[in-house]
Design a protein around this ligand. Structure first.
Ligand code: FMN
Length: 159
């Protein structure tokens, strides 16, 4: 049994749709999913460690979404030890209009989580909404990511 928490940073809801799609695809599997909006959490979400999927868009000029800002700032300022945290990373962005800051919010989370001792599982997905539908690309990426989680955490898939 794998317990997965998806932490969503969104401005207009697309990242939430991505999380919903992942939840749907994992429904009926041995993976328990809990999706949380970054607007509603603080750094205590990481207490006790576990497996997390960061799923965030980018706004402004490479900024984290407004609602995710207090959570992100708390990580920067309080710097909790996250060495018992494992995470995957999905960034949503727009390379056509924002090439210079493409998926910067996801990259910012990746940087601070790494600095705080969390260990990323697998390569991130950086979705360019111009070329691939975010929820479709994310659901496909998630299949491989789950396989990696199982092997790195030593969890067998149940039949
Ligand atoms: C005002 C505005 C600013 C944006 N800035 C960036 C950016 O700096 N980098 C990027 O990769 N995407 C940027 N985007 C694209 C969004 O991240 C993308 O559309 C994403 O799918 C939105 O997801 P959300 O609804 O979960 O917030 C921006 C979009 C808007 C409307």
């Amino acid at each position: 049994m794998l317990a997965l928490r998806i932490l969503v940073g969104t401005q207009t809801g697309v990242a939430q749709i991505v999380a919903q799609e992942i939840e749907l695809r994992l429904d009926g599997s041995d993976i328990g999913v809990n999706t949380l909006l970054m607007d509603d959490i603080d750094a205590t979400v990481f207490a006790g460690g576990g497996v997390f999927l960061i799923c965030t868009s980018t706004y402004g000029q490479g900024d984290v979404p407004d609602g995710a800002r207090p959570f992100y700032d708390e990580l920067l300022n309080k710097r909790p030890n996250l060495s018992n945290v494992r995470y995957g990373l999905i960034g949503l962005g727009d390379k056509g209009t924002h090439a210079a800051t493409f998926c910067f919010a996801a990259k910012k989370f990746d940087k601070i989580l790494g600095e705080l001792g969390a260990v990323r599982i697998g390569e991130p997905l950086f979705n360019d909404s111009n070329t691939e539908l975010p929820e479709d690309e994310a659901a496909q990426w998630m299949e491989g990511w789950i396989v990696l989680c199982r092997s790195q955490l030593g969890i067998e898939a149940s039949a």
